[in-house]
Design a protein around this ligand. Sequence first.
Ligand SMILES: Nc1ncnc2c1ncn2[C@@H]1O[C@H](COP(=O)(O)OP(=O)(O)OP(=O)(O)O)[C@@H](O)[C@H]1O
Length: 257
Amino acid sequence: MNIMLELRNLLFKVPTTEKSPEDTPQRTIIDNLTFTFESGQFYAITGPNGSGKTTIAKLIMGIHPATQGRIFFNGKDITTLPIHERAAAGIVYGFQHPARFKGMSFRDLLSIAADTDDENKLVDIIARVGVCAMNFLDKPVDSKLSGGEIKKMELATVIASQPQVAIYDEPDTGIDLWTIGPMVELLKREQKEHRTTTIVVSHNRAFLEAAETLLLVKDGRIAYVGDLDGAMPMLEDLSVCSFSDTCEGENDARCYR
Ligand SMILES: Nc1ncnc2c1ncn2[C@@H]1O[C@H](COP(=O)(O)OP(=O)(O)OP(=O)(O)O)[C@@H](O)[C@H]1O
């Protein structure tokens, strides 16, 4: 077994109010979570809204500090490493809602990620995410970009940096239905060609099918690990039941599509 990223007894708690956080009760967001990601595998993390999926991704990336527990990467304890050192070690995160940077072009962002300003290489990377390089390269990364455009740029910058671990947080947000299939293919190809350990947070069935291992997160814990077929009874159950505790009569609420 080729272990590379290990989450050991991870706990993430937040104060329930912003006033005097030391004294206020804490809410547990991630509850004693243990999991080992193997090198070069494709994982999907799914689960109801608010179950803790993005928080797990942010704990791995170091965007949130773990309240307790440890994270090991290639045998090294990275629990206290800041984001940039985790990135330098080979872990890269594509945000659910990527930031816009006034005054920067896509060429600037991509050059930093790919560590080259060779236009042929940059064009090659952009072509892989299915947009026209010539239209995109000198576009400013500002608020005029559409949601789908910014997600494609984010995807390209993750791929450009050729990480050991690529984490994509809901990569299909804002993406048209016709692009999702090629996007899944792209991530699979990157996984195979560069042995990229790929972790996709998603509700989209196309990513759940593409994954070798599916993690179903519920209330900050891993409720299921395995393939999609095995997860289906729980997913179907969640889709009708997850709001029933708090919203009586909401039996038709659906969270899976
Ligand atoms: N820093 C924080 N402070 C307070 N609450 C937080 C913080 N981070 C996350 N939460 C809360 O923790 C819960 C889990 O959030 P998270 O974003 O991980 O959910 P998710 O499973 O990714 O949801 P979705 O499918 O809606 O994207 C949410 O209720 C969120 O409001």
